[in-house]
Design a protein around this ligand. Structure first.
Ligand SMILES: [Zn+2]
Length: 150
């Protein structure tokens, strides 16, 4: 008998069970990272990856965003990962091992050129209004001088 026993065909059932198991583990990791033990969260991620490798199940793309591929750390924004926008990509740096993951984001042409101008317009209008109200007392003084005359 060969030791290990991992070789051989993966049946469809095995694959399905494995991917369900992975989903469960990521759900558990999320819960632990939120309120429980971050160490446990990391361990669930590592387990999920091991299962994925063993059964040739690729982790879903949405899971890839959740952990570090370098050290299997479960990523919590601001705690175990830092996200910065750099030249058209979202760069996520793992605070555990320093590994970077670049996620290019799609530029939406309709939104990006229009929004800065709109933002400027929005800023100018309140400024004018504020200056106008600030001048009112001065205007009042000037008007008071008027009737007194000389
Ligand atoms: Zn890492």
């Amino acid at each position: 008998m060969r030791s290990g026993g991992r070789k051989g065909r993966r049946t469809a059932l095995m694959v399905r069970v494995a991917s369900e198991r992975i989903a469960d583990l990521f759900a558990l990791a999320e819960r632990e990272a939120a309120g429980g033990s971050p160490t446990l969260a990391d361990r669930y991620v590592r387990l999920a990856r091991t299962i994925g490798m063993r059964y040739n199940v690729r982790l879903l793309p949405e899971y890839a965003e959740l952990y570090c591929r370098g050290c299997s750390r479960y990523w919590v924004e601001g705690r175990t990962v830092r996200t910065r926008l750099r030249s058209g990509a979202r760069v996520r740096t793992c605070l555990g091992c320093g590994r970077e993951r670049r996620v290019p984001y799609r530029l939406r042409r309709k939104v990006s050129p229009a929004s800065p101008a709109a933002a400027l317009k929005g800023l100018r209008q309140p400024e004018v209004g504020w200056l106008g109200t600030a001048r009112t007392p001065e205007g009042g003084d000037g008007a008071a001088l008027g009737p007194q005359g000389r």
